[in-house]
Design a protein around this ligand. Sequence first.
Ligand code: ADP
Length: 285
Amino acid sequence: SPASDAQRFLFALMLFVGVMTAVLLGATYVGVRYIVRQIELVQVKSSFVSNVTHELKTPIAVIRLAVETLEMRRFRSPDEEEKYLRTILKESDRLTQLVDNILDFSRLESGQKSVRLTSVSVEELVSNVLETYRLRLEDEGFQWHLDIPQGLPRVHADAIALQHCLLNLLDNAVKYSRDRKEIKVVARERDGMVSIAVSDRGIGIAAEDLGRIFDKFVRVETGLVHTVKGAGLGLSLVDQIVRAHHGRVEVASTPGEGSIFTMLIPAERGGHGAPQESQGGSPAA
Ligand code: ADP
């Protein structure tokens, strides 16, 4: 009948309008999200550039001042001269680390960097890093403690890349500590992996931020983040490099109490140190 025909037509029309509205709303939603994402990316990039510029400018200014002081012999004692030289060394180390981070990062992003794995002694690796980092820890008034048992298995690793990771973790431990200046580096064997953990008694990280600190450019908005310098690259590099070793990074943190960052690297099979050839750094063996 014409009445039910009209009804059917009306129903089809309403269905059509409904579907079109849904499609339009969906498309608008996707479009708006895309635009918001692009705006965020632009903001992230510009804050990254300003963070990096700031991080480069400070050490350069400090080095310049120290060199000028030394050049004009404006220091009063050999001790003071020594202090300026240490400053120059420390600040140039920091510059090197930042530039290394940026280079590593862009190589990883473009897929150019791959890790070159060899047999590495964790004990040797950690000692090497601490050798160069001691100056910074001492100058900043930190107490540090190493706990590396003898006979730890060797790992299959890119020593330079892994040292770089450890350096980044130590650097964060220093940067995000306040009055309690204590840092521990602990290595252990666990389920066919060797763990290297760096713990601090610093500001800690809120649970809701734990998931995103490994993302590139991410810096958590805390009171300290504006006074503490950083480009938000360190942890993203650590994560990428450790993954390239078929390992993983774990984090445990309590705000106000401190943080523990643990890198887990697969142990070399049959790579137990003790009975094998020399294990660097343990003259007693
Ligand atoms: P940044 O250059 O900002 O230090 P990272 O990628 O190394 O970048 O770290 C990302 C963020 O994670 C930091 O901005 C900081 O908020 C947080 N974070 C990293 N390490 C620690 C730590 N040991 N204690 C507290 N917060 C940390």
